[in-house]
Design a protein around this ligand. Structure first.
Ligand code: SAM
Ligand code: SF4
Ligand code: SF4
Length: 369
């Protein structure tokens, strides 16, 4: 049988760069049994379907650095809905049960409904999508009808001025709120609302967001500002930790910690003591969760990354388009995961700044946030 395999002793994961295809008799363990070097299984897959975006959030795709120089992935390299479905199906053989479609802004892809529809054909898959909400009011019903179950919408502030700045001068609050409403009406529930908190930018507006959504079916989740990619000029002193936020919020509403819904849940949950629902905190900087990280990422051009902070990935598009069999591709994924060593957030140095170098890590909007 033809297997896609690695040269002996090839190191993968955070420094994936040496992949060779060869004919070999290497025996791989059965699918569904894959663990990385830290015994972490593979459960989740983020699929970035596009690296373009209609926002220029300074913490992700800052307009001033981004400029003219950046080249988007070429459309001909984008995986088609059928290819995305095939790759997701292969990941499912190794234990993936949840797929989140993301980007860039996934709703900018004209065939997004076809992508959702293809993926929702995969039996037993928990399918979700993350969007900035700008194009949602006109697509929510179609997405639901195509099989989407849940949606996460990003909205950093209800204050127009603050939000405008945090979307790079592109977003307006009312459009996103219309998207939230449309998602609710379409039955995409529960809706999660992602809020990246940056010190001095929007941290003074978090209580307003909670006030607006408390007691509704929208679960607000605060995300610590992360040092993803190389463009955002991240500084530790711009991070508002979840602990600081919990303290700030508790001065207004009584909170109690809640058990995670499942092992490896990224957000820590807190319930309002008065029964008005819950909020979540994603503490990637102050409390890294690498030990429970069960997630792979697939970019729009079919590159697989095993960490949000990876500098390299491997292409599944090339062997896939060259006619590799499912067994070949499962072997490739198995080998990739088994050699995974990533635990960047746990190793992150305090007080570091990001250097923009040739060999720097992949941007979040490319590999999927
Ligand atoms: N464009 C869509 C959106 O914004 O929802 C999907 C892609 S975006 C990269 C996914 C999530 O990553 C968003 O909720 C965004 O706020 C978050 N994000 C982007 N850059 C981040 C950063 N530097 N730190 C923390 N979260 C970030
Ligand atoms: Fe676009 Fe989302 Fe990045 Fe903002 S966070 S620039 S909306 S991809
Ligand atoms: Fe997972 Fe840790 Fe990498 Fe984040 S830094 S993607 S938690 S391994």
């Amino acid at each position: 049988m033809t297997q896609i395999c690695l040269k002996p002793n090839t190191r993968l994961a955070g420094s994936v760069n040496i992949l060779v295809m060869s004919r070999t008799v290497t025996q791989l363990t059965s699918p569904g049994d894959v663990r990385d070097t830290w015994e972490r299984p593979l459960h989740d897959l983020r699929i970035s379907v596009i690296d373009r975006c209609n926002y220029r959030c300074p913490y992700c795709m800052p307009a001033e650095v981004y400029g003219e120089s950046y080249k988007f992935l070429s459309r001909q390299h984008w995986l088609t809905p059928g290819e995305i479905k095939r790759v997701a199906g292969l990941f499912m053989k190794l234990g993936v049960a949840k797929v989140r479609i993301t980007g860039g802004e996934p709703l900018l892809r004209k065939d997004i409904v076809d992508i959702v529809s293809s993926l929702s054909d995969l039996p037993g898959l928990d399918l979700a999508l993350t969007s900035n909400g700008t194009l949602l009011s006109r697509r929510a019903k179609e997405l639901k009808a195509a099989g989407l179950r849940r949606i996460t919408i990003s909205l950093d502030s209800l204050d127009e001025e603050v939000f405008n700045e945090m979307s790079g001068g592109k977003g307006d609050v009312s459009t996103v709120l219309e998207g939230v409403e449309a998602a609710h009406d379409a039955g995409l529930s529960p809706i999660k609302l992602n809020v990246v908190v940056q010190k001095g930018k929007n941290d003074h507006t978090v209580l307003d967001l909670i006030d607006r959504f408390r007691g509704s079916n929208v679960i607000v989740r605060f995300i610590e500002y992360m040092d993803v990619g190389t463009l955002n000029g991240w500084r530790l002193d711009e991070v508002v930790t979840s602990a600081e936020l919990v303290e700030q919020i508790s001065s207004r509403w009584q909170l109690k910690p809640a058990e995670p819904n499942y092992r490896g849940e990224v957000a820590s949950r807190y319930l309002f003591e008065d029964g008005q629902g819950e909020i979540g905190f994603i503490s990637s900087v102050s409390e890294p969760f690498c030990g429970d990280c069960h997630r792979a990422r697939l970019s729009a051009d079919g590159t697989i990354y095993t960490c949000l902070f990876a500098k390299n990935g491997i292409s599944i598009r090339e062997p896939l388009r060259a006619g590799a069999s499912d067994a070949d591709l499962v072997g490739l994924l198995q080998n990739l995961w088994r050699n995974r060593i990533d635990r960047y957030s746990e190793q992150r140095g305090k007080g570091k700044t990001i250097e923009k170098t040739e060999d720097s890590r992949i941007e979040m909007y490319r590999m999927g946030g």
